[in-house]
Ligand binder design. Sequence first.
Ligand code: DX5
Ligand code: ZN
Length: 223
Amino acid sequence: MPRPIAVAPSVLPVDFARLGDECMALEKAGVDLIHWDVMDGVFVPNLTFGPDVIASTRSLVDIEFEAHLMVVEPDRLLDRYVEAGCSTVLVHAEACDHLHRTLSHIAELGATPGVALNPHTPADVIRHVRELLGVVLVMTVNPGFGGQSYIGAMEAKVAEVAEMLDGYDCALEVDGGIGPSTVAGAMASGADRLVSGSALFRDPEGLEHAVADLRSRAEAAQA
Ligand code: DX5
Ligand code: ZN
């Protein structure tokens, strides 16, 4: 039974001067949750949202927030992002010396633990923490910036992760370069949660059309 498809927009492309309005527009456009790309300028060469920025928008919408922590030593920050209103927290396997402990910590905070895998990281990294995971995020770009090109070679890894997650209640998310021309390949490989940033915001027919179009393309291609 395929998992329900979730559209999770990255808010990197929005007008930060109107962040709250943009979150409300995303909810109105029919997205399932909001994907906050948190960057510390060390793990990736970019700097984005602190917990207080996310917290400032929390009461404006009802949909779930997930924090994609592209940060070193994420254990220092987990509680801050959960308190800010993120009910899913994704850490990078590459940033964790003790991934099992970090994921357990997220669960103890009452949030859903997730792990993100950079393009070079093998799927097997999740083998011994699968029972802790609610989301596996396969990066389809190198993290740090929106608007990059989709790395099609990651579809083989998506398929590998999908096989490893068979029997586990865990979403398989893809992130980076997801749009009308790439969503089918990602879905056919086994993804069910789609992070999309620039593709959603550059649709000339507007956000609602972009979300509905991405969702219908995903439904048509779901493995
Ligand atoms: C990159 C971020 C992605 C990215 C998605 O580090 O994790 O979420 O912003 O944006 P697009 O869809 O523009 O690649
Ligand atoms: Zn992301």
